[in-house]
Design a protein around this ligand. Structure first.
Ligand SMILES: *Cc1c(COP(=O)(O)O)cnc(C)c1O
Length: 390
């Protein structure tokens, strides 16, 4: 079998699977062992060395999905991000990051990097100039996240890769929102690809995990720090994650289709002021998105008309849950102003285009007609001013 030639859903279902030689079961057996032989073996196995049978097997699947030589699984998305970033930085080095990034990543940088003596700069926008003007002689890493949260802005991956090569930097992307189903950054020359596997890889809101995919050379540096930091994932959860990724291709494609339908419905809705979804031709980055994504993903944001209460709208939804995380098969919404971006303050939120009426929408696999019905009845409630909480 040549994994290079296998299609997405075949990789999702099969690559890396462990053979059950004893009972010939159809799925990978789960090896929970934390103690393995050290004599006469090729590999000394230990969970925190990221090399138990199940960890190794799932890493192969993730590397095949991302088109990289190597992959590693972590205990959370933040464990993957912190380990990958710190592996390439030492005291006196500098990192350039996209301004619009996941709040946890932003906090990691501003709360921890000073004490390591690592310098950082965040871009104001997403253009080549925005990034290049920040690059200094001690810059080592360029870090992006596209599509971004919550406005689904798109960063040009060819541009990032070009800048990294020109200035000798390691390029990194948080590929969580797109998932490998919709975006393969390695194809554009991005060096290190990071996932919160808690999101689309897990897909059922019941797993917390992370992953990194890159060349074997880059992985050597990441692995060295990873075993020091110890952010490995329990084999039981590794095994559950393998099960989840089997359906990632079909899940995410269903979510892409639903999100496109929902975006088109919301775009022409008289109670909705704006829709942010890269699959809409009206999205300012639609052309870049089309040139680097295979699908536009299940995430979007929309803005209720002025005067419509976002909090009441969320409480009035019956099928769609108001919930903090994203990417599950169930649809969820949240208010960035009340949650992920609450700490920024009203003024900074306004600068970033995050209004109080903005709703982030993680579109699930339900029937779009049912999602539309739910939004319609919630809007009716908000407009009539009745507070009926379910
Ligand atoms: C959730 C998320 C993370 C952090 O992942 P955890 O698994 O919660 O540690 C990082 N980046 C993005 C884009 C995310 O959505």
């Amino acid at each position: 079998m040549n994994k290079e030639n296998q299609g997405l859903n075949t990789i999702c279902t099969h690559v890396g699977e462990l053979e059950d030689k004893q009972f010939r079961g159809a799925i990978s057996p789960l090896y929970m062992g934390s103690s393995y032989a050290f004599q006469d073996v090729d590999v000394k196995r230990y969970p925190r060395y990221f090399n138990t049978p199940n960890q190794e097997a799932l890493s192969k699947k993730i590397a095949a999905l991302e088109n990289t030589e190597s992959a590693m699984i972590f205990g959370s998305g933040m464990a993957a991000i912190s380990t990958a970033v710190l592996a390439f930085l030492r005291a006196g080095d500098h990192i350039v990051l996209q301004g619009d990034i996941y709040g946890g990543t932003y906090n990691l940088i501003v709360e921890q990097f000073n004490k390591f003596g690592i310098e950082y700069s965040f871009t104001g926008g997403l253009s080549e100039t925005d990034f290049e003007t920040l690059i200094k002689s001690n810059t080592k890493v360029i870090y992006v996240e596209t599509p971004s949260n919550p406005l689904l802005k798109i960063t040009d991956l060819r541009m990032v890769s070009r800048l990294a090569k020109k200035h000798g930097l390691v390029s990194m992307i948080d590929n969580t929102f797109a998932s490998p189903v919709n975006q393969l950054p390695a194809k554009f020359g991005i060096d290190v690809i990071i996932h919160s596997a808690t999101k689309y890889m897990g897909g059922h809101s019941d797993i917390c995990a992370g992953a990194v995919a890159c060349s074997s050379e880059h992985m050597e540096r990441i692995f060295h720090l990873a075993k020091n930091l110890g952010g490995s994932l329990s084999d039981y959860t590794v095994w559950l994650l393998e099960r989840s990724i089997k359906t990632m291709g079909v899940r995410v494609k269903a979510q892409n289709d639903n999100a496109q339908k929902m975006a088109e419905y919301l775009y022409v809705h008289k109670d909705i002021n704006a829709v942010y979804y890269p699959g809409l031709p009206s999205h300012p980055d639609h052309e870049i998105a089309k040139s680097q994504m295979k699908g536009f993903g299940g995430m979007m944001s929309f803005e209720l008309n002025a005067g419509l209460d976002a909090e009441l709208f969320q409480k009035s939804l019956r099928l769609i849950k108001a919930s903090m995380s994203l990417a599950g098969v169930e649809s969820t919404v949240l208010s960035p102003a009340q949650t992920s971006h609450a700490l920024l303050g009203a003024e900074e939120r306004k600068n970033r285009g995050i209004s109080d009426g903005l709703i982030r929408f993680s579109v699930g696999i339900e029937e779009p007609e049912d999602l539309i019905y739910d939004i319609e009845q919630a809007l009716m409630t908000v407009k009539s001013g009745h507070v009926t909480v379910h």
